[in-house]
Design a protein around this ligand. Sequence first.
Ligand SMILES: [Zn+2]
Length: 136
Amino acid sequence: MRPLDQEDMELVETACEVAEKFSSVRWNGERLSGVGSALRTKDGEIYSGPNIDHPESAPCSICAEYTALAKAYSEGHTEVDTIVACWHKNGDDGILPPCGRCKEFMRLFGNPWVIIKTDDGPRKARLDEIHPYAPG
Ligand SMILES: [Zn+2]
């Protein structure tokens, strides 16, 4: 695990901005939960996006990481350097660790740094540190 650098902090900020923006969106009369993700590809491009979690579609929702990864993939990127997700609620926000399904999906994009919250503050860990992989 490593401390965050300036580029990592900017990713966190972007993810939190997306989370804040979508926490105030009303869609078909429902307020969505505010989670945003931001990633930096190996070649330095930034992609971000929200979770899509509408009460009428539950449990068929997708995490914010999926949205950011799909946007990067659709633009031809298959290697991610760093990824983070943040939540926002009532003016407060923070880093949200990826769920197991997201970690499995991230595996398709290499072994990215994943920004997580620890007892010592935000850190980044390689995906294989937080989601060991056993090739089949
Ligand atoms: Zn997830």
